[in-house]
Design a protein around this ligand. Structure first.
Ligand SMILES: [Zn+2]
Length: 307
């Protein structure tokens, strides 16, 4: 049986988080607007999510981990989103997040942007690969709910409800959008872990995004090895990002932030940061998770390649 560890997270009110972010984000962005709002219908463009909202028993799952990919891929590590939904005690869940795609199904290693409402049978999950010409190739994933090696997931009942809306423009600090939010939560709540999931749009500007190519046949031993292996792109807005992060790791060997993006112009992958700080504009909707489920943590671990 797969090891599943359910941990209660700290759940400050949306209002308290909103107030902390409203103040803190001003250190990283020129224009900041944070508020608690009724979640808009996220099925519509530009978000294109598989469910209308991100409310109803919100929870996070950290499945597998980077040590399943690095130094060499553990090819027996195959997971399934419907199984994960049961493991996080929400069998009809709406799940979004970031993971490694089902290379056994697609035929090549890939980035996965899970975006599936299991109860409603709605699936707008995408995957990105490095094409033979070196360009990014983005495609909708049909007929499989598998993934491989690792994923960071946000599950909920996909309902409407109150969420935190974060709208910022023009980056003036060094941190990317997610890191900036995560550090503010860490500063405010210290060692009480606050878990967050949601979706944000990069409305304007460009972003540094990677896509994993074929699995490396030589062991990747350092961050430099990993960065030489990954294929990096400068992708264009609008990009829809699916984001999962936690302010503090309560010794569960977590990846503290992970964000993947997709679009309807053929680009998508793993978000690092925007590359046009003067022009960038982010608009996101987030909810606070009640639990973290640590599923099948690697037995041998390390901290390489978690950026
Ligand atoms: Zn990733």
């Amino acid at each position: 049986m797969m090891n599943v560890n359910k941990v209660k997270l700290h759940t400050p009110s949306l209002r308290s988080v909103s107030e902390a972010l409203s103040e803190g984000l001003q250190n990283n962005f020129a224009e900041v607007n944070v508020s608690v709002v009724d979640c808009p219908d996220l099925r519509k463009e530009p978000f294109m999510l598989a469910s209308e909202g991100i409310c109803g028993h919100p929870r996070l799952a950290d499945v597998g981990g980077v040590p399943n990919l690095i130094p060499l891929p553990q090819k027996d590590k195959i997971y399934n989103l419907e199984t994960i939904a049961k493991q996080v005690e929400l069998p009809n869940a709406f799940i979004i997040g970031a993971g490694a795609g089902p290379s056994h199904f697609v035929g090549v290693n890939c980035e996965l942007m899970p975006n599936i409402n299991i109860g409603d049978n709605q699936n707008n999950t995408h995957f990105a690969t490095v094409a033979e010409d070196g360009k990014c190739h983005l495609e909708k994933l049909r007929d499989s709910t598998d993934f491989r090696l690792l994923a960071n997931l946000f599950a909920s009942e996909g309902q409407q409800g109150k969420v935190i809306c974060i709208h910022v423009k023009k980056r003036t600090g060094p941190d990317n959008f997610v890191t900036a939010i995560r550090k503010i939560l860490l500063n405010n709540y210290k060692d009480q872990p606050v878990g967050v999931g949601g979706s944000f749009l990069i409305k304007n500007g460009k972003a540094k995004i990677h896509v994993m190519p074929h699995f490396s046949e030589t062991p990747l031993k350092t961050d430099e090895d990993v960065n030489n292996w990954l294929k990096f792109y400068n992708m264009s807005a609008p990009l829809v990002c699916l984001s999962v992060f936690v302010s503090h790791d309560p010794d569960l060997d977590l990846r503290v932030e992970h964000t993947h993006c997709f679009s309807n112009h053929g680009e998508g992958g793993h978000y690092h940061t925007d590359t046009t700080p003067d022009d960038v504009e982010y608009l996101g909707y987030f909810n606070i998770a009640e639990y973290m489920f640590r599923i099948d943590p690697p037995t041998e671990t390390h901290l390489i390649g978690r950026d």
